[in-house]
Design a protein. Structure first.
Length: 129
């Protein structure tokens, strides 16, 4: 049997989940899905942060730093303190080559919530859950 949770903890979790979902939708809207490969809300949190979002974008995006600033501004409008890491797909693939199990671990732990653009040649959009 799971440990008993105190009153209000489920409500706090529900509110936190709603805020993360709102942040994901706002980021997708602001950054345009055809340029995003994936968004990952990570349980690792900076002090005072609600979450940490990893955004992997198209290598051909003109200004990755601009995308990072736009992501932070979007989260700021939602009054959601969060850390944001923006990587280009090439850098993300390099990280995968160093530790090939990272994507599998993200899927298994439920961290990989949204893959908006397919890296495959056929152009089909594939969503991961």
């Amino acid at each position: 049997m799971a440990a008993a949770e105190g009153p209000g903890q489920w409500g706090d979790r529900w509110i936190g989940t709603q805020r993360i979902a709102a942040a994901l939708l706002a980021l997708v809207d602001a950054l345009h899905p055809w340029r995003i490969y994936l968004l990952v809300p990570s349980p690792m949190r900076a002090e005072g942060a609600t979450g940490h979002f990893l955004i992997v974008i198209d290598d051909e995006a003109p200004l990755p730093c601009w995308d990072g600033n736009l992501a932070l501004a979007t989260l700021g409008r939602l009054d959601l303190p969060a850390a944001v890491t923006v990587l280009c797909m090439g850098d993300f693939r390099s990280a995968l080559q160093v530790d090939g199990s990272i994507a599998q671990r993200m899927v298994e732990e439920g961290e990989l919530l949204f893959a908006a653009r397919s890296p495959w040649k056929d152009g089909e959009v594939r969503l991961k859950a």
